[in-house]
Design a protein around this ligand. Sequence first.
Ligand code: BDR
Ligand code: CA
Length: 341
Amino acid sequence: MRVPLIVDVDTGIDDSLALLYLLSSPEAEILSIASTAGNVPVNQVAANNLAWLDLCGAGDIEVTLGAQAPLVAPLMTTEDTHGPQGIGYAELPVSRRPLSARDAATAWVEIVRGRPGEVTGLVTGPLTNLANAIRIDPELPRLLKRLVLMGGAFEHPGNTTPTSEWNIAVDPEAASEVFAAFSVVPQDRLPIVCPLDITETIEMYPDHIARLAERAGSIPRELIAERDSSATRSTASNPLVRHFSDAVRFYMEFHRDHDQGFLAHMHDPFAAAVALNPDIATYRLATVDVELNGTLTRGTTVADRRGMWGRPHNAAIATTTDPAAFFDDLIERVGALAARL
Ligand code: BDR
Ligand code: CA
């Protein structure tokens, strides 16, 4: 069964792998890729999206540009985490593919309206584009088949402030509007929320890259070592392996420098896998809202699991998964795509 998708990203190293995962998955029918300002400014996000499509030899897939900034807050970006261009140390050839003539919010509305009840929306960046789309067409939550998003932190520390997660913290107003808008959908179509609680269990290690390279038939053996100088660049024969390895080396160094070990949390690829197959996780239903005013807690996601607010559920929060099985699947798919290039 094919899964028609709108993918809304702030590419980003882990967004990049989410795209590679989807491009390598025969069941993913990518209808459009929306670019959101987040990890890096939106024009750079769009350039990264187009460049990855080139590198994967993808057919004509629409890439749209979203808003330059969040709904209310000034834009913050995080080149510290994702590198000067959002793709770590990778330097992808500049794509000649054109950007779509329509903007991201318009594409969301037109595509979902054109296939009511069929489209899954996957958001792995701030929710600005989707909030703008819902402002244009408030029926959107009812017309989507399902929304899957990476965002939030519940019983887990934040990664942007002590209690907030990046995608929500960049545009808290957008996230709040989206969660409110989805309180009208039936229980079996509640948005799937993949928070840090689960995505920080998706730890990519150098050995995963070595296995991916081997599956791709890339030579020599791909070894990212913690002791390497950060000027080290991949010499992999396979271009996808080479570029992704350079991207992820930066991400592993970032995690190491923040006392998380020489690894990289692959938040967004996990959300992409959930969008194709929600059965890889277990869920807990809740009513989720976003703190917009706290002096210390702005951008924090709050989950009401006991009905204390008297408001309907608006989220199925992913709680457990099998990370090893996730990586086996990802390595097989992305490695096979790389082998075909
Ligand atoms: C999220 O923030 C971004 O930096 C990542 O791409 C991911 O979507 C994790 O908090
Ligand atoms: Ca992201």
